[in-house]
Structure formats: structure tokens, C-alpha cells
Design a protein. Sequence first.
Length: 300
Amino acid sequence: MNTFFEITGLSQELIIYLAIDITIAILLLGAMKFISGLSAQVNATDELSSQDNFAFGISVAGSIAALGIVLTGAITGENAPSYQMEIIGMLSYGVLGLILIKIGRVIHDRLALNQIDKTEQIKARNITVGLVDAAGAIATAIIIRAVLLWVHGIDVSTFVAIIAGFVVSQAMLVLVTRIKERQYAKNNQNDSMQEAFANGQVALAIRYAGQVISTALAVTAASYFFEYNPETLVSTLTAWLIFSVVMTILVSLLTTLAKSIILWGINLVEEVDQQHNIGVASVEMAISISIALILTALMA
């Protein structure tokens, strides 16, 4: 055993921290599947296997991936003061992340996509709405993770900062959704983007997924400009929100430029909005996320 530790460079302490984190993560991810079924008032196992509801599966996958993203921000490993503190931290942040992801879904339903009933659409096997729901959960998780990495310790100020960061995430997602709705209406004779989701336009959902996830990454990039300080929490979070808008606009402008070059000669409105070209929409999503990732890496 000592030879193993010498060869790999691992320590017994690190193995114990790994076991703690993985065990808690698996339990929480399993809980997320159960809660997803509970919130939709269905048996998750039955809906996934017997009913073969692909839309529900995509929605659950998004929620599980979102929680996994949040948990990466909660792990401290050997930096934790003790095994007990690592357990408390993982459980506290993990449970809080799970709750915020589910609350974010409700807010997304009521404020961002208020013209459709996502739960009923997913139960009716609408894959488009399943994709939109998954994207919203992942975008929310990316910002929560950014806040978890931003704050220090476990106290009242920490949880206030996390909840405030969550509010910022929801405000940004609602703002981006409204902007994209207006753009869609302008390009499609005042048609409703939400109605298009309800009608099953998968290509539009894929593009939207790229837009909300890139927005979340832009908010993350904005976090690198501010230091966490419990005494100036309100002013710092306000500045973060303002700078998040600036970073979102910058990502949008750079993405538009990149699309015009990479997809030169392709009418995006015609291909995605009208012909429902999933291939072109997928490239759009990849460009949006790639530009946001690059900008985030530069800011870090």
C-alpha cells in the first residue's frame, strides 16, 4: 500500500476526502432524480424506462448535470480543516444547490418562460421544452458554482452571498430570454418564441441553450473582478450584477462576430427559425459557449 501511495503521489488523507466527496455526491445526485420525479408528480423510474419519456429524461439529465456542476464548487478536499468540515460543507452546499436549482426551475417557468407550462409540456414528451429546461438548470448551476468558488468559509454571510448570486443568475436569465424573444419576434413577423418551443422546434431550443449557458459563463467571468468581503457584500454584488450585464453584452457581440465569420453565407434566421435546421443550431450553440469559455478563461 505504501508503494502505491509513493508511485501515485496520493496520500491516505486524500483518499478519505475523495471517498467522502464521492459518496455524498452520488447520494445527492440520486436525490435529484427522485425530486425531479416528485416535482413533476410522476414516478421517475417509470417515466424514464417504462414510459420512455425522452423529454423527461433530458430534463432530469440537465438537473443532475447542474447539481454535479454545483458540487464541483463545494469540494475543498485536503484544504478542508477536517473530515467533519468537509462532510458539513459538501452536504450544506450540495443540499442548498439542489434546492436553488429546483427553485430556479420554478422561477424560469414563472418569469422567463411564463407563456408555457414546462412541466406539462415535458410530461407530454416535448423534447424541445426538455432541452430548454435542462439548459436553464445548467446555466443556473454554473453561476451558483462561481459564487461557491468566490466565497470563503461556512457562515451566514456565505449563504447570503450564495442566495444573492442565485438571484443575479435568475435576473440575467430572464433578461436574456426577453431579449431573445424580441429578436425572434422581429425576425419572424411577431411570432412567439415560447409558442415555438411549445410547438417542438428543437433547433430553436438548441440555439437558446447556447445563449443561456454562454450568459452564465459571462456572469462567471464578471466574478473574477471582485473580491469576496462580507463587510461590503451588498455593494460588491451590485457591482457584479452591473458588470455581468457588460460581460453578457461583450459575449453577445463577440459571438455575433464569430458566427458571421464561421457561418459565412448561411442565413441563420431562415435555417434555424424557419427550416428548423438542427445542425446549424448546434454550430451556433457551440460558437456561443466557446466564445464565453474563452472569455472566461482570459478573465480568470
